[in-house]
Write a protein that binds this ligand. Structure first.
Ligand SMILES: [Zn+2]
Ligand SMILES: [Zn+2]
Length: 433
């Protein structure tokens, strides 16, 4: 990753074309490529600047790469490129639109066809009213968590993780990978970084030009590094990571509640339509499909929800479940696990009253994570920092919790002796307010 070989020329990897692989797979491939130093397209700076000026004058979008303006791609005509980007952007919203249409149709079927035209028409107004109240409660929570999952932007590492201008230039000019690593190690000494690449190198993103914080990964779809990245979800057209993982879990949970509610209430009338002389052809058609669709969604979401509950219990992201984070003493799938209860509170927070609402209560800042073993308290650079101060909020647009408090809380209140001993040597983090 970091030892990709020095390059006098700038490396721009424009992977804009969507592939059939998942974002995690792409991210994994990219990390491998970064380690091997492959997949880079070298662009001559001088030539590029001249092209950049011309394209800028023509109103073509530019990509800022390490202080130099590069055209997004070196196509002779940029119109097809813009058209392609536009198509990609539109295509990315298709799954979200599909879900939105299904939700709207299910709402119409339940409220209008079932409750108003079928149940209320049978002089069961009380029953219809109860159904409508319960349905709307679950509907609001479902839509609220879905909305928050879609529109909460993924959070990138703060500027402290970027190399300074001088280090950046030295890194670029340096031909020897081992010297490049030394530059990264020196910078990483000032950072709370405890995980390495599989080849025991500092995790460095060549695209974003920053040292990756623990659990942070580059998303090839969003084209940015995302804190505690879990996966890129096409159904919400967003990266699921530190800033919205709780919302994503609640979205799955309320989807299940919504599906159960719809399936169980519809079932009675689904049977009645076929066994009694209750006749309303249009309602019959909608109710029949609603029953099948909600059952189908329930089964598919249930398995995903159970899998994520298991991940929360183990304190792993989807990426970490497939590729264990590497610490100084080697890969450890349970490296961030503090026990089920603390793992749960790391995502959902300390206050139970907020657990079921899509409100940000996740503990920590997405950069510093308590680790399980004492051995991991030694930083990857070989230096143990007892105090690390970072400025908050440079790129973060979510409420950052008091990390020292939440971290100490997570580490200190359990009975696990490993965890207790870990706090003594683990890095203490404070956030300047
Ligand atoms: Zn990146
Ligand atoms: Zn993404």
């Amino acid at each position: 990753m970091g030892g990709g070989g020095g390059r006098g020329k700038r490396s721009v990897r424009g992977r804009a074309t969507p592939s059939t692989t998942t974002a995690e797979e792409e991210e994994e491939e990219e990390e491998e490529k970064e380690e091997e130093g492959e997949g880079a397209v070298a662009i001559e700076e001088d030539e590029d600047e001249a092209k950049g000026e011309l394209l800028q004058a023509a109103g073509v979008p530019q990509l800022q790469v390490r202080g130099t303006t590069h055209p997004r791609a070196c196509q002779p005509s940029m119109t097809p490129w813009r058209l392609l980007r536009c198509c990609q952007w539109t295509a990315a919203w298709v799954p979200v639109l599909f879900i939105a249409v299904v939700i709207c149709w299910s709402y119409y079927t339940f409220v209008v066809e079932l409750c108003l035209f079928t149940i209320a028409a049978q002089q069961e107004e009380g029953k219809a009213a109860i159904y409508l109240v319960v349905f709307h409660l679950s509907f609001v929570l479902f839509m609220w968590s879905y909305w928050k999952t879609i529109f909460t932007p993924p959070v990138c590492p703060s500027k402290e993780f970027s190399l300074s201008q001088a280090d950046e230039e030295r890194y670029e000019k340096e031909e020897r990978p081992e010297v490049q690593q030394e530059i990264l190690k020196r910078v990483a000494k000032e950072l709370p970084v405890y995980t390495l690449t599989s080849t025991r190198l500092i995790r460095y993103c060549e695209k974003c030009q920053l040292i990756k914080p623990d659990r942070c990964h580059h998303c090839s779809v969003c084209n940015k590094c995302v804190l505690k990245m879990d996966h890129h979800c096409p159904w919400v057209n967003n990266c699921v990571g530190f800033s919205n993982y709780k919302y994503f879990l609640l979205f799955l949970f309320y989807s299940l509640v919504y599906c159960i509610l719809v399936t169980t209430t519809v079932l009675e009338y689904f049977i009645k339509f076929w066994t009694t002389n209750l006749k309303n052809t249009r309602a019959q058609f909608h109710v029949l499909f609603l029953f099948f669709v909600s059952t189908m969604f329930f089964i598919s979401i249930l398995s995903l929800f159970c899998y994520h509950l298991w991940l929360v219990g183990k304190n792993r992201t989807t990426i970490e479940a497939f590729r264990a984070p590497v610490f100084l003493n080697g890969p450890d799938k349970n490296g961030f696990s503090l026990g089920w209860s603390k793992n749960w509170r790391q995502v959902f927070g300390d206050e139970k009253k907020y657990w079921l609402f899509p409100i940000f209560t996740t503990l920590g800042d997405g950069v510093n994570f308590p680790t399980r073993l004492m051995m991991e308290t030694e930083q990857v650079t070989g230096t143990n920092h007892h105090e690390h101060t970072r400025s908050s909020g440079s790129t973060q647009n979510f409420p950052v919790g008091p990390l020292s408090e939440s971290k100490n809380f997570l580490l200190a209140t359990g009975s696990d002796q490993d965890v207790r001993s870990g706090i003594k040597n683990h890095v203490t983090v404070s956030i300047e307010s």
